[in-house]
Design a protein around this ligand. Structure first.
Ligand code: FES
Length: 231
């Protein structure tokens, strides 16, 4: 028999099956918590940190990623406080600094209230969200790609930098990668650390259409007709 637990998220009492993450509980209920690295059905690792929330225990709050936090009876979660919005905006700003020409990342940054970045654009082609790596290991149980190196030298690579036959035939990671969503219209360069605003305009249009999130797969956390994020 499925056992349920009841968690309080932003004042809403939400009953979910034991083992459900706080992020899934919130999204299922319609509370909008931004997220990037989550893949439904694959174990979460808390990589992008966009889904942070405050977990209040005995009057003290601890900041944690909601995708890795399992809902428990009596848990009190705050997902949209000033502190969380400020921290989330900083995280989104760092992400967009890494990959300013990714539409998916820009959508997220705009939703999190980033107007311009305080750091030089780096134009990387990977934000190390790990969606590709986790899809391979979590869904297929194989490791044709993985993280290599640490800190700023960390990259995603295949063993000996050789693509396996499996990779050539599969390519599912391409669909999941935030960098492969069609590029931003307003290409941005180092020295122009300002979002072009196109995403903001498109997201405003998207807000008018139920369930439409600018054609990317990363809009789930920004479900347009659900509770908007106050920025
Ligand atoms: S979705 Fe939770 S850390 Fe990325």
């Amino acid at each position: 028999m499925i056992q349920n637990v009841t968690v309080n998220i932003d004042g809403a009492l939400i009953s979910v099956a034991k083992g459900t993450s706080v992020l899934d509980a919130a999204l299922d209920y319609g509370i909008c918590i931004p997220h990037l690295c989550r893949i439904p059905g694959v174990e979460d690792i808390g990589g992008c940190r966009l889904c942070i929330v405050e977990n209040v225990v005995n009057g003290r709050s601890k900041i944690t990623t909601s995708c890795t936090l399992l809902a428990q009876d009596g848990m009190v979660i705050l997902s949209n406080t000033d502190k969380i919005r400020r921290l989330r905006r900083n995280i989104a700003e760092l992400l967009v600094t890494e990959a300013p020409n990714s539409r998916a990342i820009q959508d997220i940054a705009v939703r999190c209230g980033v107007k311009e970045a305080r750091y030089p654009f780096r134009n990387n082609d990977c934000v190390l969200c790990g969606r590709c790596v986790r899809l391979c290991t979590g869904t297929y149980g194989v490791k044709p790609i993985g993280f290599v190196g640490r800190g700023k030298n960390r990259t995603v690579q295949s063993p000996f930098d050789l693509r396996t036959k499996l990779c050539n035939e599969c390519g599912r990671c391409i669909d999941l990668c935030p960098m492969t969503v069609p590029a931003c219209d307003g290409m941005m360069k180092p020295g122009e650390e300002r979002l072009c605003g196109n995403c903001e305009a498109k997201l405003s249009d998207a807000d008018l259409s139920l369930g439409y999130c600018v054609g990317c797969f990363f809009g789930e956390g920004f479900h347009c007709q659900r509770s908007p994020i106050n920025v």
